[in-house]
Every structure is written in C-alpha cells, then in structure tokens.
Design a protein around this ligand. Structure first.
Ligand SMILES: Cc1cc2nc3c(=O)[nH]c(=O)nc-3n(C[C@H](O)[C@H](O)[C@H](O)COP(=O)(O)OP(=O)(O)OC[C@H]3O[C@@H](n4cnc5c(N)ncnc54)[C@H](O)[C@@H]3O)c2cc1C
Length: 484
C-alpha cells in the first residue's frame, strides 16, 4: 500500500506540537500530527498549573528566558483570536523574611534582564490590599502584572482545531515506534501504520529522548520525569486569591502555588517529586499533605475541604535545565523540541515562532494560503452556552432547541454544547474528551449527574453500543452489560 507523504510530520499533540501545527497551517504545506494518545494534550499539557509565567524565573541568556517572555507577551492576542479563556491576573511571589526580600530583589533584577515589564516589589500593606486572604506573616511580594492564566488543554484544542480546519491531518493512537530515513524522506511508523515526510518535528514531551533514539541519536541531556500533584477547589472559594500566589523559591523549586483558574476554580499545588515512570500521574496521600502544608503558608485559612478533585501531571525535566529546540546534529530536517518543562505553556506562542524559523532555515518553502481560516472552526462556532450573551443564547436555542436542555447542572452545559463538541474538527469521542471541551463533569458533582446522558449522546452520535463508550482511553469502558 502506498504510504501517504507529507511535507512535515509533527510527533506529539501537546502544546508544542499544537502550536507548530497551527503555525504551519497558515501555509500551503502538507502537514500531519501523529499523537500516541486518543486526544490532543495527552501528556504534560493536560495537567499543569496553567500559569502564563511572566519570565523572571529562568536564568538570563537561556532559551527558556527568551521564549517565556516572548510567549507571555504573545498569549493575549493568540487566545483572543482563537476564543480561548485567558486572564492577565498577574502574579505575586511572596516573601516572609529579610532573606526572602533579598531573593525577590534578585528575581526582579533577573526578570528585568530577561525583559519582563513592570516588575515591582511591594510592601505588606499593598500586598494585603491586593490579596486580603494572604497570611499576615507575609511582608513583601514581587508583583508581575504581565503574568496570566490560561486553560492549557483548551488552548491546545483550539490550536489543533484551527489547524485541522485548515487542512492539517491528525492521526490519534499513532504511537511512533520506528523511524527510517532514506536520505530524503523519513518513514514514521506505528506498527503497520506508516506515513512519510521530508521534515520531522519531535515534540513528544517526556518521550523526546525515545523518538531521538529511533533515529540513533542520543540527546545531550536526560529527561527526568517529575510529578506534580494538585487539589482543585470549588468555585465558591474563588475569593481565596485573585493573582497567582507563589512563595519565594527555594533550592527545591518554585514551591506550592495558589491560583484562580480561568474557569473560576482555585488550583493548589504542585509538589515536585521524581518518579520512576513517565506516565505516573497517581495522586498520593503524602503528596496531598505536602500541598496542604505549602498552601497554608500562603493563606493560613484556605478551605481545602472544598477540594472537588485532585490530579497530577508529569514534567519532562531536562538535566541541562534549558529548552532544547534545534535541528538534529546528525539528521537533516529532523527538529527536536525537547526539554519543554515549565514554562513550556507560557512559552508556547514563542516556541511556535522559533520552530517555524528553524524549518525555514532548513529549507521548507512556506507560501501563505489564500483561503486560510483564522478562527477555531470553519464557522467560528465554539462558544459554550454558559459563555454566551443573553442574545446569543436566544439565537442558539431558536436554531437548535438542544441548547435549552441543561445536561451538566454544576457547569450549565447544554445538550447543544455536547453535540457541538462531538462534531468539532477534532471530534470528542469519549466522556473525558467531552468533559474537557465543554466542562460537563468538571463541577462540584464531578459528572455523577451528567455522565450517563453524555454516554448516551456519544453512543447515538457515533452509532455504537453504549457498552462501547469509553471514559478516556481505548481500554476504559464504563459499562460492561445489562444488569436487568
Ligand atoms: C506539574 C506541572 C506543572 C506545570 N506548570 C506549568 C505552568 O504553570 N506554566 C507553564 O508554562 N508550564 C507549566 N508546565 C509545563 C508545561 O505543562 C509543559 O512545558 C508543556 O505542556 C509541554 O508541552 P509539550 O507539547 O512539549 O509536551 P506534552 O504536553 O507532554 O506533549 C507531548 C505529546 O507527545 C505524545 N507522544 C509521546 N510519545 C509519543 C510517540 N511515541 N508517538 C506519538 N506521540 C507521542 C504524548 O502523548 C503527548 O501528547 C507544568 C508541567 C507540569 C507537569
């Protein structure tokens, strides 16, 4: 059978692969994205703190510092073009002691050297005016007004939906296991499934080293999996913080943060523990205790009993400490986007530009598409009912009465929203895919009310038996047969 040939294949549909696909989709280039998971954002992009860091953390002169500051500056325009929730809520790094204050001054100086705008060290009075719930022991803070928050997987979906609308081909459950090179084309295989391309972008997150190994290359650093666990608090607790609150970093890292989320919850975490497995996203009792302890240092009366869910993500920490984005030293037109730990999300818009530049330098011809669609979907329709204005709601219901049927009462998600998610350019095919696209199941009851109805809608839409509906991955059945 003939193997489909592309100009570029991107391995991995995390935020790095998604932004690369989005940028390439503007040109007359034949592009495919190969993703091991069943959905976009199956790796670190799915579970992280969701902070658009301002850029004072990374050492001066590093690629991380450069791309973080640029990515943060580009985020507002990108998210507004694609209709993705983003808030420039600002961040505060809180200090309790004189020695913390000295550290905050260093962070400010580093941030300024990196090009972070408007950094300011504020005193306890201003801090408590801005954040009344912060511990009375807090004396100083570094205020970074340019920092923000974004939903990481929503941004990745939007980028990929736009790319798919503009002709990029997505292959899911395509876990690359072999790569051959004939001097012109790379043939990239997942068992018997194969595609070929002149250019390959290795954006496989925690697995970039394994992908490099498939062409016989050893990256000049190791990837260490470091898990971060979280608690997510009910929306009733949104008054806990209006900025992202960090403590002064120690040699162990940035420490536990408390932040509002774009959806109105409060996120608390993460810790940072090296784990053996790159896919170990388990949540532990000790981990949650560590987070609770860290959070109470910032807000001593934080209501952790309002936790509605816990989760964990794994960082792809490079032993070199910096992002590594460059053409392979051994193989022509093979580009590594590696070591993308935090602030990879914040840096994403700039990572996209950087990768595009490398591809151009490698010789990829990029001619702008005349029929390019700049919105998320062809008709631009991705607004959820709860986001609509009164007038938009009336229109939505008169066009499709399913918008009048609320399926998820916690998050006010309608049947119309779910159907729309099942029919988007990258269709939601499982309960969790619907959940992440619509928020159905993300509220206080965590899906107990809406899950069965959503399963029915999926079964109906894809014409499959209910017992074939999955929670997330292809082996996560939720029903096994009839009891009566
Ligand atoms: C706990 C934690 C907190 C963080 N907090 C922040 C934050 O607040 N702000 C911030 O800017 N950054 C943060 N980050 C970092 C950020 O999440 C990452 O930098 C970013 O998500 C990396 O994206 P990526 O696309 O490079 O990798 P990933 O998101 O991991 O994507 C890689 C993709 O490649 C796929 N893949 C892997 N192997 C194969 C294969 N063989 N074949 C095909 N596909 C494959 C995976 O399934 C995955 O979907 C945090 C990360 C963690 C874990």
């Amino acid at each position: 059978m003939a193997i489909t040939a592309y100009d570029v294949v991107i391995i991995g549909a995390g935020i790095s692969g998604a932004i690369t696909a989005y940028n390439l989709a503007k040109y007359n280039t034949k592009v495919a994205v190969l993703e091991a998971g069943i959905d976009v954002a199956s790796g670190s992009t799915r579970a992280n703190s969701a902070i658009v860091h301002a850029g004072y953390d990374a050492k001066e002169g590093t690629l991380k510092a450069q791309l973080n500051v640029r990515g943060c500056a580009l985020m507002e325009e990108l998210t507004s073009t694609l209709g993705v929730h983003y808030s420039r809520c600002g961040s505060l790094v809180i200090g309790f002691t004189e020695s913390d204050l000295e550290h905050l001054k260093l962070l400010k100086a580093r941030g300024e050297a990196n090009g972070v705008p408007d950094l300011e060290i504020i005193d306890e009075q201003r801090l408590h005016e801005l954040e009344p719930r912060v511990s009375k022991n807090a004396k100083y803070a570094l205020l970074a007004p340019s920092a923000g928050i974004v939903c990481p997987y929503d941004l990745a979906y939007a980028l990929c939906e736009n790319a798919a609308t503009n002709g990029v081909k997505f292959y899911f459950e395509f876990k690359v296991s072999k790569i051959d090179y004939d001097g012109e084309y790379y043939t990239v295989s997942c068992g018997k499934k194969k595609v070929k391309a002149k250019y390959v972008v290795n954006a496989a997150g925690l697995f970039v080293d394994e992908i490099a190994g498939m062409v016989g290359e050893k990256l000049p650093f190791d990837i260490i999996p470091r898990r971060g666990e979280y608690m997510l608090l009910d929306k009733a607790e949104i008054g806990t913080a209006s900025h992202t609150l960090f403590v002064t970093p120690s040699e162990k890292g940035k420490g536990i943060l408390i932040s509002p989320t774009v959806d109105g919850n409060v996120i608390v975490g993460p810790n940072a523990n090296v784990v053996e497995s790159k896919v170990d996203t388990s949540v532990t009792e000790e981990g949650l205790e560590e987070i609770a302890e860290g959070a109470k240092v910032i807000v001593d009366d934080i209501k952790l009993d309002a936790t509605i869910t816990t989760f964990a993500g794994v960082r792809a920490t490079p032993t070199s400490g910096d992002f590594y984005i460059q053409e392979s030293e051994k193989f022509k037109n093979f580009i590594h986007v590696a070591g993308i730990e935090s602030p990879g999300l914040a840096s994403a818009p700039a990572i996209g530009e950087y990768v595009l530049d490398i591809l151009k330098k490698c010789g990829l011809t990029l001619l702008e598409k005349s029929e390019y669609i700049s919105t998320r979907t062809k008709n631009g329709n991705c607004k959820l009912f709860y986001e609509m204005t009164e007038e938009e709601r009336i229109n939505a219901i008169s066009n499709d009465p399913r918008y009048a049927k609320v399926i998820c009462r916690c998050e006010m998600v309608t049947e119309g929203d779910v159907i729309n998610a099942l029919r988007r350019p990258i269709p939601a095919k499982t309960i969790d895919m619907v959940k992440r696209r619509t928020r159905a199941g993300m509220g206080r009851c965590q899906g107990n009310y809406c899950r069965s109805k959503i399963a029915e809608l999926i079964a109906e839409e894809f014409d499959i038996p209910l017992s074939e509906v999955k929670k997330f991955t292809s082996n996560s059945n939720i029903l096994y047969g009839k009891t009566k």
